[in-house]
Design a protein around this ligand. Sequence first.
Ligand code: ASP
Length: 307
Amino acid sequence: MWCIVVHGGAGLWSEKEKFPTIKNTILKSLEAGAFILSAGGSALDAVVDSVMVLEDSGVLNAGVGAYPNLVGEIEMDAGVMDGKSLKAGAVASVRNVKNPVLAAKLVLERTDHVLLVGEWASKFALFMGLPSLNFDRNANLLRYRDLVKKFEEGNTRYKSNLTLYKQYPELFHETVGAVALDCEGNLASATSTGGLALKLPGRVGDSPIIGAGTYADRNIAVSTTGIGEYIILLGVGIRASQYAENGLSAKDAAENIIQLLTSRFGKNSGGLIALDKNGVIGISYNTPGMARGYYSSRMSEPYAEVP
Ligand code: ASP
């Protein structure tokens, strides 16, 4: 059996006019993953291809659609993990790389390291032949102004204060991720993001932190979304792995983790997708919505839901 699950971020999801396009994007992403898996390809290749579709869509907070930081610049994070080999790769704060998830995969495949950051991570990706992306500065600026305006309408000033993100869940939606199980029973996970909108420059979230926002082993694969700092503090990926090691299904592990996240950090703090070696799916979040979908060899067509 094969199975793939994707998410397009937990958050407020108030812009209903965007829902049909996002739902279509999620369906396309599931089809890209299923194309690999149904031909006997690896879970790792499937999650990377699925996430690339989401990064290229421009309608989610990753790749082309990444949200700007506090000074209006783009800094993206991505991580991938292969449950079979227990190898992982990640990049953080990369700027002009079209597909950060591919850069993360190259770190896994071509280096002895797990995480590359900043300017040298971007240089590594370009040196390895990945396409660069020069963000449309005007569009980016407009987006930045729009975000700042929304923020000001809430009569508040930016502070490096995570409670603000809980108050404004629109500032952290639309991170993307995928988890997959291939025909050989191997699991993999990938996550990619522009990070929290209006984050401090240099801030790194949970997505490229292996064991927090991205994790896969022989029992379970996990990709998270939400306020990255909380997800890092709870070590969500490793926690899911421990739950699975103790016999919990991906569904129960996901629910337990979100209960814990809510009890420690309150509502509107995050969400995750998980998939276990038996093909059981876990989808859980404590925000008003989370875009998500799944597809398996037992289904005739992919399923997606937004928010
Ligand atoms: N988890 C991401 C981060 O903190 C944000 C998101 O999920 O939208 O960077």
